[in-house]
Design a protein around this ligand. Structure first.
Ligand SMILES: O=C(O)CCC(=O)C(=O)O
Ligand SMILES: [Fe+2]
Length: 717
């Protein structure tokens, strides 16, 4: 947004006493937390807030002067550079206050006039305005009543945004101190990129008159013209006949089709029983989705839309929170097109990682309106208040045209720059090793086999991370992981069931083969393991540290934590798949996932059907040896983020509430694993200039290097 709009003549001028109140209160309470690259916010009981902009050369800090992240150069430093004390902050805020003159009427953002702010506090409101505009937002969930005046000048979008971004004093007190060290900046960028990544987008357009043809229950053809002309009784009658031709819509609950009006009150028509003279590709919708949600240009892939259902929600219709059942591994997103039929209510809420976007289509019944979202995102149709909400549902599949994303300018992505600069840092994995990133999205997997083209299907920030490593010439693959909740459940189960269960092999192929099923008794097992581990001190330290690091994660005893570590290492270590990964190109990466799936198995849904490569167990081998081989020698993967956020979503538990009962495909949590060569070797980037050409992969062909990295990774010294 151009800057001159901040001070447009329609802006409201704040009364002085409010300004005083705002600022006095604010300064008194000045615990201002560094935000990332857009704004820092603070809301107080009175609804007072402040915004700080993009151009901070320093960051405001709390009284404890914790480590800060500086968005300008990505550095993280333990103490503020430019600020001495809270008083300094207060002085700057006072200067800001004198210039706090306007409220942008549409967004309600209070703005300082950028031209008159002191250089040290160069508030760049456009970015803030942009963030605030990204609505629509709802005020649901507001924690505190707003000052009435502030409320009157702040429409919902900003309230919601501020509410989301606000960090209360209490929360701040409990926040872990920001991590220092060479990877801190990268971790921060990744965290933010995950939060900022677009998981849904929508739009609206005026369409021609549409003809929706459908089969009546007796099979005879019929049709309705849209938009329904209010004055035409024949249109209304046709709509009634359409309603009468639909069936009640079920939903999938734990593998069964359930009809439950409390959960889903809707009518549906199968695509075999209707057709419409409209296709989303004709209106540029697919292109917009590809541009916005994938940020990749065409050429490397296409999106294809396959009509899935027609849904009708009459008054009081709804569909509570669910995650769409994936129809194939290449299903990337779901598209909802709202047909021009009058209704109110029935908003579509789409959620991911704590963010929510609401589409309210009742306002403009003359237009076609649409929303797309990544299929692993939870969504919900709120209750329809009046009229009929009629939607077409499409599944969006990705169809790769060629393997590489040649058209992507990676240097435009902060994630790519940060990964590159971390790789150039000699302190980061100086001897090489594995670096891991837990994907923000879940991915559809086929239960039995996988032919997934990983790159084509990666979503949002996950895609950026994968590409960034590859662009830097680093071998990178993906691996299935179990969620912490799954692990917790499994660990508890194992610990409480006296008899060990078939926990090493749950693969139905090997289930019946008694010889291949290990049935340890945990305590003895642990003791033996510990003995073994303690014999090799280097290894023990690594493992012990990992186990200890899990304090506070819900695993209370050492034994629980060790069990967890054992599991996760066995899954995440992925010894055999990583050894065989040859991931210079995406096609191979696709294969690698497939083979990883065959050999390692997957954490399936929330119940964690853990499989261990059956071919790895040679008959007659000592079980202890097997165990030892899998576990203690695998040193830790350097994780760039925590595996969090998704556990609380329905994504992993969609098998509880899907839009369909069939479970051929399921969502799996996956991680991106990069094999980082030792610092100083030719295969490791040494300069932060991000190459814009296609990556050189010659380094990765170096067999010796490959072996060395892998053996470094697995044979702890
Ligand atoms: O009709 C809608 O807006 C969404 C329907 C939906 O989520 C589904 O059919 O799975
Ligand atoms: Fe759905």
């Amino acid at each position: 947004m151009p800057e001159q709009q901040h001070s447009s003549s329609s802006d409201q001028v704040l009364p002085l006493d409010l300004k005083e109140r705002l600022v006095t209160r604010f300064v008194q309470d000045a615990i201002i937390r560094a935000a990332v690259d857009q704004a820092a916010f603070e809301i107080h009981d009175s609804g007072v807030f402040a915004l700080f902009g993009l151009q901070f050369s320093f960051l405001v800090y709390d009284a404890d002067a914790r480590a800060l992240f500086c968005p300008k150069d990505g550095s993280v430093f333990p103490k503020p550079r430019n600020l001495g004390s809270v008083d300094d902050v207060a002085a700057i805020l006072r200067a800001f206050h004198t210039r706090l003159t306007t409220a942008e009427p549409r967004t309600g953002v209070l703005a300082a006039d950028p031209s008159s702010t002191p250089g040290s506090l160069n508030v760049h409101a456009p970015a803030i305005f942009e963030a605030a505009r990204q609505g629509p937002w709802s005020t649901a969930g507001m924690r505190r009543p707003m000052d009435p005046f502030v409320a009157s000048i702040l429409p919902c979008p900003v309230l919601k945004r501020l509410e989301e971004l606000t960090i209360s004093r209490e929360e701040l007190a409990h926040e872990p101190r920001p991590e220092a060290g060479p990877l801190a900046a990268l971790k921060h960028v990744l965290e933010r990129a995950g939060k900022d990544s677009v998981f849904t987008c929508g739009g609206t357009f005026r369409s021609d008159i549409l003809q929706l043809r459908f089969d009546r229950p007796d099979g005879s053809p019929d049709r309705v013209t849209l938009p329904v002309r209010k004055t035409m009784q024949s249109d209304e009658d046709a709509l009634d006949r359409l309603l009468a031709s639909c069936e009640p819509a079920t939903f999938g609950y734990q593998g069964q089709d359930i009809l439950d009006n409390e959960y889903r009150k809707a009518l549906k028509l199968e695509p075999s029983r209707f057709c419409i003279d409209f296709h989303p590709a004709d209106h540029g919708i697919l292109q917009t989705i590809a541009d916005t949600m994938l940020r990749l240009r065409t050429g490397s892939y296409s999106l294809s839309a396959v009509l899935y259902k027609l849904n009708i929600y009459e008054t009081s219709g709804r569909f509570k929170a669910h995650v769409d059942t994936p129809r194939s591994e290449s299903q990337l997103a779901s598209l909802v097109i709202c047909l021009p039929v009058e209704h109110t209510g029935g908003q579509l809420a789409v959620r991911h990682a704590g963010e929510e976007v609401i589409y309210d289509w009742g306002q403009d019944p003359g237009r076609l309106q649409w929303a797309a979202f990544f299929s692993d995102c939870e969504h919900e149709v709120l209750e329809v208040q009046s009229g009929n909400r009629i939607t077409l549902i499409y599944n969006l599949y990705v169809v790769p045209n060629e393997v590489r994303d040649q058209s992507l300018d990676l240097e435009t992505l902060p994630v790519c720059r940060s990964i590159k600069s971390a790789l150039c840092d000699p302190r980061v994995l100086p001897n090489g090793g594995l670096m891991g990133f837990h994907c923000h999205h879940a991915y559809a997997r086929h239960r039995k086999s996988s032919s997934l083209d990983v790159l084509a299907c990666l979503k949002g920030v996950d895609r950026q991370v994968f590409l960034a490593f590859r662009q830097a010439g680093i071998g990178v693959g993906i691996a299935p992981v179990l969620s912490q909740i799954d692990m917790q459940a499994m660990v508890n189960e194992r610990l409480t069931s006296g008899e060990g269960q078939d926990y090493y092999y749950c693969d139905s192929d090997v289930e019946d083969d008694e010889d291949q099923v290990l049935k340890p008794r945990w305590s003895e097992q642990f003791e033996q393991l510990l003995d073994r581990v303690q014999d090799s001190p280097g290894t023990f330290e690594i493992v012990y540290k990992d186990v200890e690091n899990m304090r506070g994660t819900g695993f209370n005893t050492f034994e629980e934590r060790l069990t967890y570590t054992l599991y996760t290492r066995r899954i995440r270590g992925l010894k055999s798949s990583l050894l065989e990964l040859d991931l210079e190109n995406a096609a191979k990466a696709g294969e690698a996932l497939g083979s990883a799936s065959d050999r390692i198995g997957l954490a399936q849904g929330c119940l964690g059907n853990v499989q261990i490569p059956s071919h790895e167990v040679r008959e007659g081998d000592d079980e202890e040896d097997e165990l030892f081989e899998y576990w203690p020698r695998v040193p830790g993967i350097k994780w760039l983020n925590k595996q969090d956020g998704r556990d609380s979503e329905l994504a992993m538990a969609y098998m509880k509430y899907g839009n369909q009962s069939e479970l051929e495909h399921h969502y799996a949590s996956i991680a991106i694993i990069a094999r980082v060569p030792p610092y100083g070797t030719a295969q490791r980037p040494a300069s932060v200039d991000v190459a814009t050409e296609a990556p050189t992969t010659s380094g990765l062909d170096d067999e010796d290097m490959h072996r060395r990295i892998v053996s470094d990774a697995f044979d702890a010294k």
